[in-house]
Design a protein around this ligand. Structure first.
Ligand code: FES
Length: 207
């Protein structure tokens, strides 16, 4: 898998007008989608007084900080300061932005300049993401699937792909996708993944 692009969320979990926090390589980011569907991944820190922008709200094509309401446009520049409505904010007030892309049902973020598009995982049905307090290595070893960062195989007779995002050495996010399968089978896969989480976390406690 690409070392540049990190899988941060299932695309279905970020509808328009929603902002969520994600962490990539130790950096906290605000991941959000505008009213027209444009994705953005920004430093999760308001340039004004440092409030987390992931606590903010999306209006149209802008993200506004929940603290004093400064709002930022798609390029990260400040558009409006409510306490000074007649002031045109200087260009220097700007949120650092990162590359973000949607592919294969996932949202991918790159902190450094990506030279290639995000990995193509083929046509799959997104199932769910979940956070596990265990290393990606432990999860890969316990899963019964093949691979290291993108795990593939069969669970409950359903072809599954599990994309691992190591958030810290002891915390991972799993993004689970399946081949086309009936809802009951996908529920069973979901339960198997929850069982994997319990097992991985209990092994971590015992270690
Ligand atoms: S801290 Fe964000 S607007 Fe003040």
């Amino acid at each position: 898998m690409s070392t540049t692009w990190k899988p941060v969320a299932l695309a279905q979990d970020l509808p328009p007008l929603v902002v969520m926090p994600v962490t990539v390589d130790g950096q906290d980011l605000a991941l959000w989608r505008s009213a027209t569907g444009r994705l953005a991944a920004w430093a999760d820190r308001c340039p004004h007084r440092g409030m987390r922008l992931s606590h903010g709200f999306v209006r149209g094509e802008a993200l506004s900080c929940i603290y004093h309401g400064w709002s930022y446009g798609s390029s990260g520049t400040c558009l409006r300061i409510p306490a000074h409505p007649d002031l045109e904010p200087p260009e220097t007030i700007r949120v650092p932005i990162h590359a973000v892309a949607e592919a294969g049902g996932l949202i991918w973020v790159a902190l450094s300049d990506p030279q290639t598009p995000p990995p193509d995982l083929g046509t799959l049905m997104p199932l769910r993401s979940l956070t596990v307090e265990a290393s990606a290595k432990t999860l890969a070893a316990l899963s019964g699937l093949t691979g290291t960062e993108v795990l593939r195989g069969t669970l409950a007779d359903v072809e599954v792909t599990v994309v691992l995002h190591p958030v810290t050495p002891k915390r991972s996010v799993l993004h689970v996708l399946t081949a086309d399968a009936p809802p009951e089978a996908r529920i069973t896969v979901s339960r198997r993944i929850e069982a994997l989480r319990r097992q991985a976390e209990s092994e971590g406690l015992a270690a």
